[in-house]
Design a protein. Structure first.
Length: 342
């Protein structure tokens, strides 16, 4: 048996051409049964040079274990050449039917090589759905942890590949929903709501995530999307409308009122919140389209005139004045505001 390791140790420092010449010579002059192809594959991968590896595959008849060794190595090495290009090239030029693809996928997840994994799944000739399903069916791959890891690093296309090809019972579907809400992945949230039993999702927590984004307020698009689904018995609608009134999100308040009985909503608190934030358009709409007896107008007026000075809205105060018993108005404070505005 040819001592591949000893031969390669002597050629490393001489560079690629010397190694390629050796491979060509071995392929031409040494009987296959005398070549330890697995050891040869491992030694070639140590060069971390994709072109040398391609040369090996082209010139030496490698077995499934040899090719798998190369793919495993490509998942955790910093190649001089492009290891992503190498993976794609192998998928296009080598028959992988006898390769344990699951082991490669597991290695990629373990090493957090998500770009490489995405290339592998997109380019293997066998349907990725079949590969991933088989992996999960036989507990060969921790799909739950794989999907969670992909969410953490925000690899969108790879996440989509997992979601579209794997039974959702095999991974933590709520974790995906919550992260999708946090990162604003609208199409993923929609897909989950369309394709997953809502009973398996913590809709309330998801809504809380999109409502209470630090410093920037609710995600208008995602709140609107969630409200389109029959989830109203799973969320705190009072909290939603109050938060939307705080931020002046008229379109969302309209949507909530359209889908719910006004009398079952805390419209008094909603109005007070909108007035305290001086949202004229929102207050104007509520007065026009919601039964006014659901509001506490004196309190709403008081909230408006005691808003932060920079937020005070004279038009709003004048509007509310016509809906409020003047005897209940704090005229002293109102005059103080008028003097400051002069």
């Amino acid at each position: 048996m040819l001592d591949i390791k000893e031969v390669f140790n002597k050629l490393y420092k001489k560079g690629r051409r010397s190694i390629e010449s050796l491979l060509k010579w071995i392929g031409t002059n040494v009987e296959k049964e005398k070549i330890n192809t697995l050891e040869m594959s491992n030694q070639v991968c140590l060069t971390e040079d994709s072109e040398v590896v391609k040369y090996l595959i082209k010139n030496i008849d490698l077995g499934p274990l040899d090719v798998m060794s190369v793919l495993l190595s490509s998942m955790n090495s910093n190649w001089q050449g492009d290891n992503k290009d190498l993976i794609q090239w192998i998928c296009s030029n080598v028959d992988l039917k006898q390769i344990n693809i699951i082991k490669i996928i597991d290695k990629a997840c373990e090493e957090e090589r998500y770009d490489e994994l995405e290339i592998l799944l997109k380019n293997i000739k066998e349907n990725s759905n079949t590969v991933l399903q088989n992996a999960s069916d036989y507990d060969k791959l921790d799909m739950r942890e794989a999907v969670r890891s992909v969410c953490v690093v925000e690899k969108m296309e790879l996440l989509e590949c997992f979601l579209y090809n794997i039974d959702h019972s095999l991974y933590d579907v709520h974790h995906v929903l919550k992260d999708s809400c946090r990162y604003g992945w609208t199409h993923i949230v929609k897909w989950l709501l369309d394709n997953t039993e809502h009973s398996s999702l913590d809709i309330s927590s998801a809504m809380h995530t999109v409502l209470h984004r630090e410093f920037v307020g609710p995600d208008n698009t995602l709140v609107g999307l969630l409200l389109q689904y029959p989830i109203h018995d799973k969320v705190d609608v009072a909290e939603i409308i109050k938060e939307c009134c705080w931020w002046g999100l008229l379109n969302l308040v309209q949507l909530i009122c359209e889908k719910n009985d006004h009398k079952k909503l805390d419209m008094k608190e909603a109005m007070n919140t909108a007035c305290s934030r001086s949202h004229f358009d929102l207050v104007d709409w509520m007065l026009a389209y919601i039964e006014n007896n659901l509001f506490d107008m004196p309190t709403a007026f008081d909230k408006a005139i005691h808003a932060d000075f920079d937020d005070l809205n004279a038009s709003l105060i004048l509007l509310l004045k016509d809906y409020t018993d003047h005897k209940l108005i704090d005229m002293k404070h109102l005059l103080t505001i008028g003097c400051k505005q002069c």
